[in-house]
Design a protein around this ligand. Structure first.
Ligand code: NAP
Length: 354
């Protein structure tokens, strides 16, 4: 199967994805009979101007990556598409698949939301790493995919390397997920672990996380619990058949944690963890994010440092726990490749796995 593919956004993720597609081309062909032919790529520069390349015979990813590395833009690729916009390429490239990795916008989900909508409505399948659009109109986007008979996958946007969405969608299908709880933010878990193990203050642990490149320069959304809430919200709306908004979630973070609180929990044989929790009660899903004391019997007790974990409670399979590590552009690109393979497995279920 040959899939003509469009790359929308060519930053960290876009470039890592292109590298994996280049490196693993033979592997994907051999194991899945899948050929991803990139027929277009588009990015913006700091002035907001578009740069694009397109070629119906395929863009050479090695050259594209080299040019981007050397010149910081794709505009000097030999068959450049000039200043054609993302929307122009989405509407006119004839691609069957869009790989979307533009920046997350928490104000209105744009430009990713319009990109994904246009692609799905135009009959193109979509894989994205961008959670902005999912926070604003996941329901509408899933409906557009269904009506257009195309695929729509976004596991990279929800703690990418930890396969929360695919586990809920495939492995727990039909098993009646009654609750999901998770440690979903590596920065917060690192800070709480440092405080417990080294006796540091919140501020010292945060400064160390920033020094080590674990925490964002502006870690507010992590520390206040919102990053956890966003990830859990998308997971819950996808897996528990809910339609919650961020305003439905009670969110608190770790900014007020003190050594006294850590020691108090310790005295009871517990650790403090920032946990996002969603559970069904009377047919409704309720969600909250906040600090919880976890005792040594709980699977999250040993989830420390930057590690994350999720626990599903299901009626048919009981408890299922997944744990995994850090988020970075390589792993998020890997999650997008998984989504591409899952897309074709959805439509051609007898394909091999590998
Ligand atoms: N990095 C990670 O580890 C990670 C992990 C999981 C998920 N994600 C998500 O994946 C997405 C991409 O992340 P990233 O790290 O690759 O970000 P990035 O390095 O900022 O790359 C995004 C690229 O998209 C460009 N862009 C902006 N508007 C565009 C448009 N309308 N059309 C085409 N390109 C456009 C940006 O250009 P400008 O710089 O000019 O705006 C930038 O080059 C984000 O939503 C992020 O939250 C990232």
């Amino acid at each position: 199967l040959k899939l003509d593919t469009l790359l929308v956004g060519f930053g960290n993720i876009g470039q890592n994805l292109a590298s994996v597609l280049l490196r693993d081309a033979d592997y994907l062909r051999k194991n899945f009979d899948l050929e991803i032919q990139v027929v277009g790529a588009v990015e913006t520069d700091p002035k907001g101007e578009f740069h694009s390349v397109c070629s119906e015979n395929g863009v050479d990813l090695k050259t594209l990556l080299e040019i981007k590395r050397r010149t910081k833009t794709i505009s000097s690729y030999p068959v450049a598409g000039g200043h054609r916009t993302s929307q122009d390429l989405i509407r006119n490239s004839g691609a069957q698949l869009m790989l979307e990795s533009t920046p997350t916008n928490l104000q209105d989900g744009q430009p990713g939301l319009s990109h994904i909508k246009s692609a799905l409505e135009g009959g193109m399948s979509v894989v994205t790493s961008n959670k902005g659009p999912l926070l604003f109109d996941l329901k509408g986007l899933r409906k557009a995919a269904e009506e257009g008979h195309v695929g729509f996958k976004y596991s990279a946007a929800v703690a990418g390397a930890l396969p929360i969405i695919p586990t809920g969608y495939y492995s727990l299908a039909g098993c009646r997920v009654s609750s999901i709880e998770g440690i979903l933010n590596g920065t917060c878990n690192f800070i709480l672990t440092q405080m417990a193990e080294r006796g540091t203050t919140m501020e010292q642990a945060l400064a160390q996380a920033q020094q080590m490149g674990i925490a964002e320069t502006n870690p507010k959304l992590d520390i206040q619990g919102y990053d956890t809430a966003f990830k859990l919200l998308v997971a819950v709306n996808s897996i528990m058949n809910a339609d919650l908004k961020i305003s439905d979630v009670k969110v608190s973070g770790i900014e007020h944690v003190t050594q006294e609180m850590i020691q108090q929990a310790r005295g009871k044989g517990c650790l403090l963890k920032l946990i996002g929790r969603a559970a069904k009660a009377d047919g409704q899903v309720e969600m909250k994010v906040g600090l919880e004391e976890v005792n040594s019997e709980h699977p999250f007790y040993s989830v420390n440092g930057i590690w994350k974990a999720v626990l599903f409670n299901t009626e048919l399979l009981g408890e299922v726990v997944l744990s995994g590590g850090k988020s970075n552009p390589q792993l998020a690109a890997g999650a997008m490749v998984r989504d591409i393979v899952n897309l074709i497995q959805d439509t051609q279920p007898t394909r091999k796995t590998g």
